[in-house]
Design a protein around this ligand. Structure first.
Ligand code: GLU
Length: 392
């Protein structure tokens, strides 16, 4: 489904990915004036009640300049050491620059498992959401000091797309030294045409993305298109724009040239479709009438409303939720492991800490992680018999 491009300021939550070359000059180090200018842009978005998350590259590039490493490829342990030195300077620069706009920054370093494994995904998401709730700007990067090739994203384009889908952002902006997508590499082909609006990432669009990456950043157009696939399929629009001018976000708002990729659905629908359809429930909950009413009006499922717990599931697994008559009323992700869920079922949220020995989460299934199943009309008996068939 295509859509019309919306102005930047009409989005609710924007993830901005910043390429290394924008932030770091190999000779002179951090580009402070540029950083101050984009922080002012971010402050302007925030003043309009837009949540902003930053995925900032530049740790390795900055570490190289601090350590005065020669140009050329780095060995793994060299780039990890450069990242360790560079990340601390990078985070400090963001924090200082944002503080002059009276904004607090919080650093999040992710590794691949933090977005791919559901339990860690829920943890990372909860932290990022809390930062946003308190008005801070998450400054996110890959934890390059511990990531090795098998367990890394390797480029911040795809990392930023994962962050966008994880946080239900409605726009991802990729800022680098490339101003958008062309039908062919513009420096090689004089007939290359600029594409300002892409309704869907078709095989033809993919073929237009060359492989090129600059020395400072790992991502080329290839990883940007991969990021586009991740983001748009989860209902998040994406913009590729040049970050070279000062105030690049303001420049986008003022209509500077950029490529816009239409979202395929709304984020909530896409995420909830994932919960509803793509996973086999790992467990089942039966809830009381009060909980059925609460869920029907969009509330979270609290332990107090849970009558019984079946299955051997872990936090983050999908649960099917039934009313007392065995009708499936919802599906959602468990906030607790099965054993803990059994212990707190039927109990008040305030009692969780004394039962489990730690404060835990108030909801057994949070409303953001739940989709109502009214339309499916599935019955508990159907599920049970399907399961029996599967084990036969
Ligand atoms: N995480 C890397 C860094 O901070 C950048 C990866 C990328 O350029 O995409 O240096």
């Amino acid at each position: 489904m295509s859509a019309t491009r919306k102005p930047l300021s009409s989005h609710r939550r924007i993830v901005i990915k910043i390429g290394s070359a924008l932030l770091v000059d190999q000779q002179t180090g951090l580009k402070t004036a540029w950083l101050d200018a984009i922080c002012a842009d971010i402050a302007a978005l925030k003043a309009r009640d837009i949540d902003v998350l930053v995925v900032s590259s530049g740790a390795i590039a900055l570490g190289r300049t601090v350590l005065k490493l020669p140009s050329g490829a780095l060995k793994l342990e060299e780039s990890q050491a450069a990242a360790a030195v560079g990340q601390i300077a990078l985070a400090r620069a963001w924090s200082e620059s944002l503080s002059s706009d009276s904004i607090v920054a919080g650093q999040i370093l992710l590794t691949l498992g933090d977005t791919e494994e559901r339990r860690r995904y829920l943890n990372a998401r909860a932290t990022i959401n809390q930062l946003l709730r308190i008005g801070a700007i998450p400054i996110i990067n890959e934890n390059d000091t511990v990531a090795t090739s098998e367990i890394r994203y390797g480029d911040n384009d795809r990392l930023a797309a994962r962050v966008a889908t994880m946080t239900g952002a409605d726009l991802l902006v990729l800022l680098s030294d490339i101003d958008g997508l062309y039908t062919a590499p513009p420096h090689l082909d004089p007939d290359a045409r600029f594409l300002d609006s892409i309704a869907a990432i078709t095989p033809e669009i993919e073929a237009m993305a060359g492989g090129a990456a600059s020395e400072l950043s790992r991502g080329g157009m290839r990883t940007k298109i991969d990021a586009g696939k991740i983001a748009t399929s989860a209902g998040c629009a994406m913009i590729i724009a040049s970050g070279k001018p000062d105030h690049p976000l303001r420049a986008i708002e003022q209509g500077t040239r950029s490529s816009w990729f239409a979202p395929s659905a709304t984020p909530v629908t896409a995420r909830k479709t994932w919960i509803a359809g793509h996973l086999q429930p790992a467990g089942e909950l039966v809830v009381d009438r009060g909980a059925v009413t609460a869920l029907g009006s969009g509330k979270s499922l609290l332990p107090a409303g849970v009558v019984s717990v079946a299955g051997n599931f872990h936090r983050g697994d999908t649960l099917a939720i039934f009313d007392a008559d065995g009708r499936e009323i919802a599906r959602g992700l468990a906030s607790y492991d099965a054993e803990e869920a059994r212990q707190i079922a039927g109990r008040k949220s305030a009692e969780i800490e004394s039962i489990l020995g730690y404060p835990g989460r108030a909801a057994m299934v949070h409303r953001d992680d739940m989709v109502m199943a009214a339309a499916t009309g599935r019955k508990k008996a159907d599920l049970d018999s399907r399961e029996e068939a599967a084990h036969a």
